[in-house]
Design a protein around this ligand. Structure first.
Ligand code: NAD
Length: 363
């Protein structure tokens, strides 16, 4: 019987629907070529859902996401919804999905394609061959710790409080994900903490070291976060998998992704015990929405990650990456990655070029 997968598709706002249309084009071709059955169910999310149903994450959308094998998200947000109540802003849908689906691990690859090594702000020889995976803890740490808030002290001064807290089990499960991811890559994990100052990340270091005993084939190292931020721009190629806390990961994954120089190229995966969501790292790009200028490659490669991590089809992930690589090698560029002598194409044409490559490579 044909393999069957249920995918909840959440296009969202701005360029979300445009890049999603190209990803679905590619997805349908993969389905046809490999004889799979993909059941795609499209639901509103973000500003589009607020307009249609008065809430950025309607109950019906969440239910579909909870029952799917994987969720594919475009992007949410835009100036139109910037003045509405914080609890109804499109971006709240992301937090709602992450917490309801228990997505505790965020995987963000920062990979540079050879043809784009001059797109980075760093020297090409520093970023050449760059291929890092940042594994960020997503549902714990200082972003969620209690107590939190702003209080007034007895002397009338205001005091802001946030709490950094991690339990052993939270650390153990994110470490396990990092070791598993490293197994399919360069077999190196660097755990990032601030164990010299923060007790909580001292525990982080201890538990990651204990968890490593189950993965002797992986080389484990530890680094303080300030040094890691520096090493990422000094010699990024020393890293394979970096695993870290929610806040450190938030900052380092943005730094790592910017080494590649192109926000429109980077996919991501958020994984939990039972659910998974895949999305490009970029936002809804209202400045270029509706103009056929968006780069759909991040969303297309998010589909690749979905095949690798949710459907156990690493072959499809690898094929999509090599098709993207050959389209770039042939000189095709969307405006965000355009350079002299290259052929500029729009969002739709870029999707068509990848679809053609998939047709040929999976044919
Ligand atoms: P953004 O990522 O939308 O855009 C930043 C810049 O990168 C813009 O110049 C944009 O044109 C460009 N860009 C982004 N994606 C691109 C692509 N695929 N192809 C070509 N160029 C691309 O970030 P922003 O401008 O800070 O935010 C815009 C909106 O998106 C805001 O409402 C923000 O809250 C929201 N946002 C959503 C997500 C998400 O849905 N996951 C993430 C970040 C921001």
């Amino acid at each position: 019987m044909a393999e069957e997968f249920n995918i909840t598709v959440l296009p969202g706002d701005g360029i979300g629907p445009e890049v999603m249309a190209e990803a679905i084009k590619v997805l349908r071709l993969v389905e046809q070529k490999l004889g799979l059955t993909l059941k795609l169910e499209e639901c509103p999310v973000g500003g589009a859902a607020y307009e249609a149903e008065g809430h950025p994450l309607p109950e019906s959308t969440l239910k579909k996401a909870e029952s799917a094998d994987a969720v594919l998200l475009g992007a949410v947000g835009g100036p139109k919804w910037e003045s509405i109540d914080f609890s109804l802003r499109p971006e709240r849908a992301l937090l709602g999905l992450r917490s309801s689906l228990g997505l505790f691990a965020n995987l963000r690859p920062a990979k540079i394609f050879g043809a784009l090594s001059n797109a980075s702000t760093l020297k090409p020889e520093v970023v050449e061959g760059l291929d890092i995976m940042v594994v960020r803890e997503l549902t714990g740490g200082i972003y969620f710790g209690e107590p939190r808030g702003i209080e007034t002290t007895s002397s009338g001064e205001r005091k802001g409080i946030n709490t950094l807290v991690y339990t052993e089990s939270e650390i153990r499960r994110i470490a396990a994900i990092a070791f598993d991811v490293a197994k399919k890559r360069g077999k190196k994990v660097c755990s990032i903490d601030k164990a010299n100052v923060l007790e909580c990340t001292g525990l982080w270091r201890e538990v990651v070291t204990e968890a490593h005993k189950d993965h002797p084939e992986i080389e484990l190292s530890h680094m303080y976060v300030d040094n890691a931020a520096m090493q990422l721009v000094r010699n990024p190629n020393q890293f394979d998998v970096m695993v870290t806390t929610n806040m450190f990961g938030d900052i380092l994954s943005d730094e790592a992704s910017m080494l590649t120089g192109s926000i429109g190229m980077l996919p991501s995966a958020s994984l939990g015990e039972k659910h998974a969501m895949y999305e490009p790292i970029h936002g809804s790009a209202p400045d270029i929405a509706g103009q056929d200028k968006a780069n759909p490659l991040a969303t297309i490669m998010s589909v690749g990650m979905m095949f690798k991590y949710s459907f156990n089809r690493e072959d499809v992930h690898d094929s999509l990456e090599s098709v993207v690589e050959s389209v770039l090698d042939a000189g095709y560029r969307t405006p965000d990655i355009m350079s002299d002598g290259m052929k500029q194409v729009g969002c739709k044409e870029m999707g068509d070029l990848v679809a053609k490559g998939v047709e040929e490579s999976l044919g």
